[in-house]
Structure formats: C-alpha cells, structure tokens
Write a protein that binds this ligand. Structure first.
Ligand SMILES: Cc1cc2nc3c(=O)[nH]c(=O)nc-3n(C[C@H](O)[C@H](O)[C@H](O)COP(=O)(O)O)c2cc1C
Length: 471
C-alpha cells in the first residue's frame, strides 16, 4: 500500500487514507452492531433495556436507532464509585423517551464497563479521543452537536478541575470544551474532596462559566463510615434537573416575570453561644417549592433556616438562623407577587440570650423565660403596602390538622394554608413524602400521599392556575 502511495499527490494520499479509515469504520460498525444486539438479546430478560438498538443518528460506529428521540442527552461518566448509578440514570432517561449517548473516561471504565452502558443505552459507547472510527470526521465535535444537553455524572473532582481550566486531553474534556450546549454536572466525591479549597474554587469558576449543577447531596458515602456532602444526586433528581434545563426559555414559562419568596427549614433561637431551641424541620418541602417555582420561570428568593440540603438551582438563597432574622430577610426581599411560608418558625425565643455559655453547677437549672416570636405569615399577609397578591402559609399540626388549619387561615389573613400532619408517626419531618390538605376560602382539598417534590409541583401548578384566573 505504501509503495503504491509513494507516487500519489498529497491530495490523493489524503483521499486514500480517508477511504481506508472509512472502510475500517464500516467493519468496526458491523461488529459493534452485532455485539450490542447480542447483549440486548441476552439482557432483555433482566435489564429494562429496549428490545432493539435505536436508529443511528449518524455517528460512525453507532448501531442503527429505531426510536424517534427528539431530546438527546450526551452522558459523560467520570471515574467515581457513583458511576454504577449512571447505568440507572441511562435507564431512567430512556424510559422518558430521551436518546442517550455515552462517553466514558478511562477511569470510569474501572468502575463500569462500556459494554454495560452500551447495552442499556442501546448505542455505541465512546471512550477514545483518538478513535479513527469516529475522529476522521471530528467525532468529539459531532458528539456535542448531536446532543441537546450534556450531563456529567458522576462529575469527579478531577473532571471539575479539568473543565474549569479548559483541558481537552481526553474525549470527555474535548467534548466539553468544544460544546455550545448546556452542561449539567452531578458531582460525586468524598466530602473532604468536595470541601477542599481547590474543588470549591473550581465550582465557583464553573458556575460563573454558566455550568449547571445538581447536588452533591448529604449522606452516607460508599466508603465505610464516611458521611457528609458528596453523594451524587439520585438519578431521578438528575433527570428533573436536566428536564428543567431543557424546558422552554424562562421568558415563556408561566411564572416568568413573577417574584416569589419562599421560606424553608427550621429556625434556631439562641439560649447562649452554644445552645439553641430548634425543631426537626429538614427544609425538604420548602426547598422543593422554591425549585418548582424556579422551574416555572419565577424569580425565587429562598429564605432558609439551617438545613443540610444543597441550594436549589436558579434560586437566590438567604441563610438565617432565628425567626427575627427570617422576618427581616423576608421584609427585605419584598415586594413580591407570591409568598409561600413553608419554614417551621419557632413560636418562642429566650427573653435574655446569655453572652457566655451557661455553666452548670449552681445546683439549679437555669430559668428560661420565653417570649413570642414575630408572626412572619401574619405580618406579611396583613401588610398594608407590601402584601403579595398570593400569600400561602403552612400549618404543621400533630392533631386536628384540618380544623387548626382553617382557624389559622382566618386568623393570619393569608389566602391558602397547606396543612400537614407532622406527628412522629407521620414521618413528615425529615422524610421525603408528605400528605397535605389545601385549605382555601372555597374549601378543603385533601391530596394523596406523595413525594415532597410532587407536592411542590402540584402547589406551584395551583399557583399558576390562580394567577391565570386573576388575569
Ligand atoms: C476506588 C476509587 C474510588 C474513587 N471515587 C471517586 C469519587 O467518587 N469521586 C472522585 O472525584 N474521584 C474518585 N476517585 C478518584 C478518580 O478515579 C481519579 O481522580 C480519576 O483520575 C478520575 O478520572 P476522570 O475524572 O477522568 O474520570 C476514586 C478512585 C478510586 C481508586
């Protein structure tokens, strides 16, 4: 071949090499198609994967695609323990009609195999920047062009550092540097890696570069005995985040142009510098409401007490501790169109907070005189000049839930009360599910038990309806 090539012009040589690459690509494509079909046949019984591989979107080496996915995700799997969850993410995305194409870093392949990811995605998995099958037509550019959105899950500390600094020395980072699509990162790492100054610096840089984040969450790590912020967001949380990013432009969403204040979490009322009166609120419901309002295009200010939750994306977060700080933050955030008070605000605070830690030893427990905290809901609902058009309160009750909520609606001057049973047996405080009753002037609606995310979405859907009616 080389002997024959010696007499060719540069142009002819180039064409001959391209033809050679094309032929090799076709050979590999055929064998890859057969491999994927075989895997899908054997996996069909125990993996929830499609019975036939999807029709090719045209990338050399990709098996044919039969689905008509209009929303295409490029999933980049990084080298972390959470890589196994990305297989479930592929499945969840495909269940929802997304076309999924996968790129794996070298390190990712130490945790899950391209074969497994390919069997579930129904497509070739791309691993190599210098892959002659796909790179003869600049495959890394094409991988980005043919996707509507790029998700990196798990996003390792290493990948975050490389993306933040514009590296492109493997396929994953080359795609990410070459893309003009939205990029969503789902970081997963040891809590100390996450809180390391370098990672936090990269996070700030990536955020300012317009990269979206989901998680990491707080919880148990895969390593024994490790706990903290660093767990990858669950596959369904990642799906929700990317659906949010793919949603209509903000200006076309139903709450575009509306300002929403949401309060969330507990308040801590100080006794002395180290002790406080608090409650068991996790903030999950309030944070979910803030996220749901932002997803519908609202400008959201979330005023939150101390919680162990990541900030919802696209929301301005103001952190406070006490009820009086929460009221001050809410008043500062006014005016607003809608206010939703989901925080569990302490009813009382200690009259005299001690500047030094109270010592035991006098033989007597210190007297804790309490005084009532300001009523944030009533203050805002009765404000003459700054009352939002729609004011919604939450009522956390342990008995006679609906009766107490009706009384609260009348007393506080708000428009709706969302009442929930927070008795210990209900598992609402700290749990992921909620059973609520929506109490309005026109009656009581009892919603079925559902996730707090779903409660949030339903509540925001009702808010949208109410605003439509007012038009
Ligand atoms: C057992 C094991 C688990 C690891 N888990 C993580 C992890 O969860 N997150 C992370 O950022 N790095 C983790 N690493 C380190 C990465 O694998 C390493 O930084 C690698 O270079 C990342 O490559 P990539 O970012 O190109 O995928 C782990 C390493 C090992 C050996």
């Amino acid at each position: 071949m080389l002997r024959n090539m010696a007499s060719l012009t540069v142009r002819q040589l180039d064409d001959a090499l391209k033809e050679q690459l094309r032929r090799r690509a076709a050979r590999n494509r055929r064998s890859m198609e057969e491999e994927v079909r075989a895997i899908l046949r054997s996996a069909a019984s125990d993996v929830d994967a499609p019975a036939s591989p999807p029709e090719s979107a045209g990338l050399p080496g990709a098996p044919p695609r039969t689905e008509t996915a209009t929303r295409r995700i490029l999933l980049i799997i990084g080298g972390g323990i959470a890589a196994y969850k990305s297989l479930d993410l592929i499945r969840r995305l495909r269940e929802r009609g997304f076309g999924v194409r996968v790129v794996m870093t070298n390190a990712a392949q130490q945790f899950v195999t391209p074969l497994a990811a390919g069997a579930i995605s129904g497509d070739k998995v791309f691993t190599d920047l210098f892959d002659s099958d796909s790179e003869f037509d600049v495959g890394h550019i094409r991988l980005s062009r043919e996707a509507n959105l790029i998700v990196v899950a798990p996003a390792t500390a290493d990948l975050m550092a490389k993306i933040a600094n514009g590296h492109a020395d493997d396929l994953a980072t080359a795609v990410l540097l070459a893309t003009d699509k939205r990029v969503l990162l789902a970081p997963a790492m040891n809590p100390r890696m996450w809180s390391n100054a370098a990672t936090q610096r990269n996070l700030t840089q990536l955020r300012s570069d317009g990269i979206a984040f989901i998680g990491p969450n707080q919880g148990e790590m895969a390593e024994r005995g490790e706990h903290g912020v660093g767990r990858m967001a669950e596959p369904l949380e990642i799906v929700a985040a990317l659906e949010g990013l793919l949603a209509k432009p903000k200006a076309q969403r139903p709450l575009a142009g509306k300002r929403v204040i949401v309060t969330s979490g507990p308040t801590y009322e100080p006794i002395d510098p180290v002790r406080f009166i608090g409650n068991r609120s996790s903030g999950k419901q309030g944070h979910a409401i803030a996220a749901a309002a932002a997803a519908q295009g609202a400008e959201v200010v979330l005023v939150t007490g101390p919680v162990a939750l990541p900030d919802p994306s696209g929301v301005s977060v103001i952190r406070i501790e006490s009820a009086r700080e929460m009221l001050a933050a809410v008043e500062k955030a006014l005016p607003a169109d809608i206010a939703i008070f989901a925080a569990a605000v302490a009813d009382w605070r200690v009259v005299e907070t001690q500047n030094q830690k109270i010592k035991k030893g006098s033989g007597q427990a210190p007297p804790l005189a309490l005084t009532e905290n300001p009523d944030i809901l009533a203050t805002v609902a009765k404000s003459a000049s700054k009352r939002p058009a729609l004011v919604i309160g939450f009522a956390a009750e342990t008995e006679q839930v609906i009766q107490h909520a009706k009384e609260k609606l009348a007393k506080k001057g708000c428009d709706w009360i969302v009442a929930n049973d927070v008795s210990p047996e209900s598992g609402v405080f700290g749990g992921d599910r909620n059973t609520v009753h929506l109490v309005t002037a026109s009656g009581v609606e009892s919603w079925p038990p559902q996730s707090k995310d779903q409660v949030a979405k339903s509540l925001i859907a009702r808010v949208v309806q109410a605003l439509e009616k007012k038009k």
